[in-house]
Design a protein around this ligand. Structure first.
Ligand SMILES: [Zn+2]
Length: 238
């Protein structure tokens, strides 16, 4: 009787072990793939991090220059994270951005400023660009003039920093907030990207709301020497 009981016990353990193994493997499969709304299997976006050809993974990703003359690289796939309000930014700048917004509360009636615009897809940028041209056309501008005016404010699709996921438009309750940002954002790695005294270089109108992440060390130098990103990179790459 005793021997029989032992055998039954062993069988039982084997069965339980098998069930546990099955549950663990299902869990692993589930964490690699997530199901979208249509029930189709989709790769998790975080897998892009391991793609060596992804330009977003290059060493100096924080200094990637996208402007009127430098298009976003073909194979640029940022790893995004959502911020309050629904906009997305590159995961690597999330903590710095939250620290900046938290510190900015003092100049925003104690409220955390919001992100009006973060990462943009090519399609989103195209829509904004076309809408801006249309608004100038509606004001009576010629086709050419409307395009020229629009491009001072909205970048041509493919040429917007927002497509990097490293730039944000900050929405504040007071103008004081913007003045504070100009003198403090560098401590968190962000630069006032389109300053009024640099429009001759950037060819972009002053945008007090637009901030670009470059890293604390870089932002500090840019702030202290009063440079724009184009000037900083020119000096650095000499
Ligand atoms: Zn912007």
């Amino acid at each position: 009787m005793k021997i029989k009981n032992k055998r039954l016990l062993k069988k039982g353990f084997k069965r339980v072990g098998g069930v546990i193994l099955f549950v663990i493997s299902m869990f692993i499969i589930n964490s690699i793939f997530i199901k979208n709304k249509n029930g189709l299997l989709e790769e998790m976006p975080t897998l892009d991090v391991f793609d060596d050809n992804n330009v977003a993974n290059q060493e100096d990703w924080n200094l990637l220059l996208v402007n009127k003359w430098n298009k976003i690289p073909e194979n640029y796939k940022p790893n995004l994270v959502e911020v309050a309000g629904g906009e997305k930014v590159d995961k690597r700048i999330y903590e710095s951005l939250m620290a900046l917004l938290e510190a900015a509360k003092v100049k925003n009636w104690g409220q955390m400023p919001t992100i009006a615009s973060g990462y943009r897809t090519y399609e989103k940028q195209k829509q904004l660009y076309e809408d801006k041209i249309k608004s100038y056309r509606n004001k009576g501008y010629s086709k050419e003039k409307a395009k020229e005016e629009a491009e001072k404010w909205v970048a041509i699709p493919g040429y917007s920093e927002h497509q990097l996921g490293l730039a944000v438009d900050i929405n504040g309750a007071t103008y004081d907030l913007y003045l504070w940002l100009q003198d403090n954002s560098y401590k968190y790695g962000f630069i006032f990207r389109y300053k009024g005294d640099k429009t001759n270089i950037t060819k972009t109108a002053e945008e007090v709301w637009h901030y670009r992440y470059v890293g604390v060390e870089e932002a500090t130098e840019i702030y202290e020497k009063n440079l724009c990103l184009e000037e900083y990179l020119e000096i650095k790459n000499k």
